[in-house]
Design a protein around this ligand. Structure first.
Ligand code: ATP
Ligand code: MG
Length: 588
């Protein structure tokens, strides 16, 4: 039992100006965290209690699924990352933690970095320690702080620069084993989210900079989420927008036949899709080609889409470049022979085709029967362009952003979109890391093979806030029982009355014996203040003990999410509290 007056719960009436969303406001107002700087937070006692519960439940589910807990350093030798497969991409978000300059290293070569995740540490460890198939499979996990120099830290703990993650890494001898490990983790995640009382859905996700073969994100549906989930309720299809695909282009679509010969025409000043749609040209956006130029690992490449479509940049990850970015106008002109706005992918019109790493076309351009594209000559376009006849496509793929209403790839029914918060992510990694770091094992025939890896992460601190985002009302937080900082709050309205405190203590003992954690509000404050704070901090079960009630031989019982207050005779109070706690535990 904790006494509020002796504890530290600094509640606030107002939320700070930088808190835009409900859960962020409540985090601060309910005294769970305080901000130190952008994306940096102190966990105050209540917030820490919730973190400890989330951590413990996560640990239990990971261990149940066969995970083995360990703890790796937060500071990593930069060398580990330089040897790894994603140094170029990862260094953008890594904090450097150089030791005082020894003058030997240039400013761009850090000696130590703060770990944003731990593949580059665990894989060399496993390489050094595990050599035989007899010691596999293994799944190691830790629950620890991660550091990422997010460009835009925001929404409190949702996107922080220092945050707590459960990260796990599985090592299997075979691909089938790795798939089993992946499914065991997926089930453990589902159990974790169920136990903490939040609804999280597994959606197909992009593998991004991690590479690897497949992946799911766990999303909590919420308006303020950073991610779009594309889904169809009936078929069960659900994918992150970066990964989502649709059946817009039928697999058996025949190539369009050419309509007349290609013809260049002058389009002075018309450098946008919209300009060509307008008079005097009148070319529908879905009959135009959009030609984008990117730089991948130092070489230019083209991406061709329909004029009406948007590039889903993450899908370029499938092309296998380590890093890629849009090319600048200065990089484009000498290779293409024209400025953006007049570009195209027609064979023979590109000034220096040998400078290109490839021409990658979204498959939806096959829906264009008779198209218009840039002539690679400023102020000119070409009409009657036929995909099969005219475009020098290296490879077709899915690069466009799916729009709601398009046919679901599973059922053909319209896709829908909703916002979600990513709280967890699982990857089947394959052998990318084990090959890079030489994490091989010897089988029973004395043959060496790379281990097949998976990696898995749950944002524990982000989840804390997502729980609030999903569980609050106009008055404050409504904690699920399993993660509430305390389960029972006893509001003593007249703490100066010894008999009131006496009753509170008796009831606290009863609740504790039933297995609840109890906070006693013994502050000398007006009832209105106490009830407001009680709603704000959201403890599931509230008991009110007051001088007036005691005269009538009554105490009050109220659930945080219920409106009505139940008056309970003093003699029955302990039994009623015990029953209420047991019932809540059974439902949790
Ligand atoms: P996001 O897309 O939100 O940037 P991510 O895909 O980079 O996240 P992962 O590398 O998959 O994140 O990390 C695993 C989990 O860690 C995420 O699912 C998320 O819950 C959490 N997480 C990632 N970045 C942050 C952050 N900046 N602040 C808080 N939690 C984070
Ligand atoms: Mg992720």
């Amino acid at each position: 039992m904790k006494l509020w007056s002796q504890y530290f719960i600094p509640t606030l009436k107002e939320s700070p100006a930088d808190a835009e969303i409900a859960s962020h406001k409540l985090l601060i107002r309910a005294g769970l965290v305080r901000k130190l700087g952008g994306g940096l937070y102190t966990y105050l006692p209540l917030g820490l209690r919730v973190m400890q519960k989330l951590t413990q439940i996560c640990r239990e589910e990971m261990e149940r699924a066969g995970g083995i807990e360990l703890q790796m350093p937060h500071l990593h030798p930069a060398e580990n990352w330089q040897q790894g497969p994603r140094w170029a991409a990862a260094r953008e978000i890594m904090f450097r933690a150089d030791s005082a300059g020894d003058g030997k290293r240039g400013p761009r070569e850090p000696e130590l970095v703060l770990g944003p995740t731990h593949e580059e540490v665990i894989t060399p460890l496993v390489k050094a320690e595990i050599t035989s198939y007899r010691d596999l499979p293994k799944n190691f996990f830790q629950i620890a702080t991660k550091f990422r120099n997010e460009i835009r830290p925001r929404f409190g703990l949702m996107r922080a620069r220092e945050f707590v993650m459960m990260d796990a890494y599985s090592f299997d001898p075979t691909d089938e084993g790795a798939i089993r490990s992946y499914h065991a983790m997926k089930a453990a995640y589902e159990a974790f989210f169920r136990r903490i009382g939040v609804r999280a859905i597994a959606v197909e996700a992009d593998t991004g900079v991690m590479g690897g073969s497949f992946s799911h994100e766990f999303m909590i549906p919420a308006e303020i989420g950073d991610d779009d989930v594309i889904y169809n309720e009936a078929s069960g299809y659900a994918a992150n927008r970066e990964k989502a695909t649709s059946a817009l282009v039928p697999a058996d679509l025949p190539d369009a036949a050419p309509v007349g010969a290609r013809e260049e025409f002058a389009t002075p000043g018309a450098v946008t899709i919209a300009a060509l749609e307008a008079a005097p040209y009148g070319v529908a956006a879905d009959q135009q080609f959009k030609t984008l130029v990117y730089v991948g690992d130092g070489k230019l490449f083209l991406v061709v889409l329909r004029g009406c479509d948007e590039l889903e940049e993450a899908k370029l990850g499938a092309l296998g470049f380590g890093v890629f970015r849009p090319a600048t106008a200065e990089e484009i002109a000498p290779v293409m022979g024209a400025k953006p706005g007049s570009l195209g992918a027609i064979q023979g019109t590109i000034q220096d085709p040998a400078a290109l790493a490839g021409i990658f076309a979204d498959q939806a351009i096959r829906l264009i029967g008779n198209g218009v594209t840039g002539a690679n000559r400023d102020g000119f376009h070409v009409r009657h362009v036929n995909v099969a006849r005219d475009l020098a496509v290296t490879k077709f793929g899915d690069f466009r952003r799916v729009r709601p209403g398009e046919p679901d790839p599973r059922s053909g029914q319209p896709l829908q979109v909703r916002r979600g918060i990513e709280v967890g992510h699982i990857f089947k990694l394959g052998t990318k890391y084990s090959e890079t770091f030489g994490a091989v094992y010897t089988d029973d025939q004395k043959q060496n093979h790379p281990m097949v890896m998976g990696c898995y992460g749950i944002g524990i601190s982000r989840t804390l806030q997502a729980v609030i985002e999903q569980g609050h009302d106009a008055d404050g937080i409504v904690w699920p029982w399993a993660v509430a900082p305390f389960q029972v709050l006893i509001c003593v309205l007249d703490p100066q009355l010894p008999e009131a405190m006496e009753v509170a203590r008796t009831l606290a003992v009863a609740a504790e014996q039933a297995g609840a954690e109890v906070l006693v509000d013994d502050r000398v404050e007006r009832p209105g203040v106490k009830f407001k704070d009680a709603d704000l901090i959201g403890i599931p079960l509230r008991l009110t003990v007051g001088g007036r009630g005691l005269k009538e031989g009554l105490v009050e019982l109220k659930g945080r999410s219920q409106r009505e207050v139940v008056k309970v005779p003093l003699a029955e109070a302990a039994a009623r509290v015990t029953a209420a706690v047991h019932e809540a535990q059974a439902n949790a």
